[in-house]
Design a protein around this ligand. Structure first.
Ligand SMILES: Nc1ncnc2c1ncn2[C@@H]1O[C@H](COP(=O)(O)OP(=O)(O)OP(=O)(O)O)[C@@H](O)[C@H]1O
Length: 505
């Protein structure tokens, strides 16, 4: 055995073998490989490079590679040793986007070459471009959608402003709102009602007689959280004092003659709901004390009893009396006045809101032409002007009565000035008599309508004669109370209104 290394039998064959292996290796690589000479001319391209750029390369490709080579050379010069640039750089070779890295390479003859390992990134670039376009179009779509949303938001704001301004113009309307009138004062009144109705606070409604205090009380209750709870209306003026006390607070057995058993009063009946005390200015000092107890402590004592009973009742009171003045005159307790007057809704008189007259007239004409089956369809300007100049001391009630009479006495489809008989007019009493003029009615109206007019007149006069006492009127006319109420409803007659308008004359 020899210690000598094995002689290289065939050096040329070995170089050939290595070279072939090396070239094969380069040719199977998916990357493009270029060897550039010192003047950047292409010395070698592997199979991938040829497939991409062709061999020999076109002039523009060769030029691009020369530029790339020159830029790598800069870095090669800076590093005299073997140089591998692991940076991946993007460039364009002719029109093909590529990325490449570079390294120095020693050729067969010891010359310094530059190797470029390059990848065609056309597909990636296209994909990036598509992605960019997609993003841009998504952005455009989003911007468009955001624009549309902003526009619809602005539109919503504009509409809501319009709705608010219309609401302000019309006032707050509620289905339970039976008040006619859209004057500024009525709009403010409605706004006030809506503001205060939600709370449980006691409310004092003030206003001249006939201004619609009961309608306001109804609306307060309808717009409150107690709308679905019991609601009772008591006219404090209509019942005598001891009856009122027993009616409101109930009584114990033996409290007075006839009190054979305990009876609970309206405050207990209505527990959880609302009570409307109309004409509160007229209650006696004794009732004032009892009422103060309810408002202060939320409790009542039954007549003849000693035990207080808790009640949860919202009180709405109304008066056309100047309570502050009544307090000064010592007719009304100051402490009760304060308790009642926590929230005051003051209804303006009709002469303060004459803008409402036309609408009220049309409302009442419609109502009474239905009730009296008359075909009134016109109120001339002269008649309206006459109504506008009146001072309406009896407010809407007076206007309603006047229109009721006018509809009743009108001979034609038109209400003339002659048909307008004011309460303070001495002919008012005779006005109804005009309806009896049968000659004018013959041929103009069917019998049943003439009879209805007479019937309405008779009932109205009877109610007036017996100051609105329905039981007495029913008795006198020898009809049942229910039937009388039905007819009063049919003809739009209210015992309260008649009583008041008679008082006012
Ligand atoms: N704004 C209105 N719209 C329609 N009708 C009204 C209006 N105001 C009042 N009325 C009518 O006028 C009449 C009197 O109304 P109401 O009884 O509510 O007045 P009031 O202020 O309570 O009077 P009083 O103080 O004399 O009791 C009723 O028939 C009522 O329907």
């Amino acid at each position: 055995m020899s210690d000598q290394p094995a002689p290289i039998v065939n050096a040329t064959a070995e170089i050939q073998r290595l070279s072939t292996n090396w070239q094969t290796l380069l040719d199977v690589m998916p990357e493009m490989v270029f060897l550039l000479q010192e003047d950047y001319r292409i010395e070698y391209m592997n199979r991938s490079a040829k497939a991409c750029f062709g061999a020999p390369c076109s002039r523009p490709v060769a030029e691009s590679l020369r530029i790339i080579g020159a830029s790598c050379h800069e870095r090669l010069l800076r590093s005299p040793d073997f140089f591998v640039d692991d940076k991946v750089i993007e460039a364009m070779v002719d029109n093909t986007p590529v990325e490449y890295s570079s390294m120095s390479f020693i050729g067969y003859t010891g010359e310094k070459l530059l190797m470029l390992i390059m990848r065609n990134i056309t597909q990636r670039k296209n994909f990036e471009q598509e992605l960019l376009q997609f993003n841009t179009s998504i952005e455009t779509i989003l911007e468009q959608k955001i624009g549309e949303l902003q526009a619809s938001e602005e539109m919503r704001h504009r509409l809501s402003r319009q709705v608010n301004s219309l609401k302000n113009q019309l006032g707050h309307y509620h289905k339970a709102d039976k008040m006619v009138g859209r004057s500024r004062k009525m709009r403010e009144l409605r706004e006030m009602i809506h503001q205060v109705s939600e709370s449980d606070a006691t409310i004092l409604i003030t206003g001249e007689s006939g201004t619609g205090k009961e309608l306001v009380a109804n609306l307060v209750k309808a717009t409150s959280s107690r709308d679905d709870k019991p609601f009772l209306k008591i006219n404090c003026n209509a019942i005598n004092d001891s009856l009122l006390e027993a009616d409101l607070f109930g009584y114990e057995k033996g409290a007075f003659t006839g009190a054979v058993q305990r009876k609970i009063g309206k405050f207990e009946v209505v527990n959880g709901g609302t009570i409307f005390l109309d004409e509160i200015g007229d209650i006696s000092p004794r009732m004032q004390v009892a009422l103060l107890r309810v408002l202060q402590n939320g409790e009542i004592i039954r007549v003849g009893g000693t035990e207080p009973v808790k009640v949860d009742v919202r009180v709405i009171a109304a008066t056309n009396v100047d309570l502050a003045q009544a307090v000064k005159e010592k007719k009304f307790r100051l402490d009760l006045y304060y308790r009642l007057n926590i929230i005051n809704i003051a209804i303006p008189s009709l002469r303060e809101r004459k803008e409402d007259i036309v609408e009220l007239v049309s409302h009442f004409v419609n109502h009474y032409r239905e009730a009296f089956k008359k075909e009134i369809d016109f109120v001339p300007k002269s008649a309206i002007n006459r109504l506008l100049t009146h001072s309406w001391p009896g407010n809407v009630r007076e206007l309603e009565n006047l229109i009721q009479r006018a509809v009743l006495v009108a001979k034609d489809k038109v209400i003339t000035e002659a048909d307008l008989i004011f309460d303070d007019d001495p002919t008012a009493e005779q006005a109804e008599g005009a309806v009896l003029n049968i000659d004018q009615k013959l041929g103009a109206q069917p019998l049943k309508d003439i009879l209805a007019e007479f019937e309405a007149l008779i009932i109205e006069q009877a109610l007036s004669k017996y100051t609105g006492n329905v039981a007495t009127v029913a008795d006198q006319l020898q009809i049942g109370k229910t039937s009388l109420y039905d007819k009063m409803k049919q003809y739009g007659l209210s015992a309260k209104s008649i009583k008041k308008s008679r008082k006012a004359r």
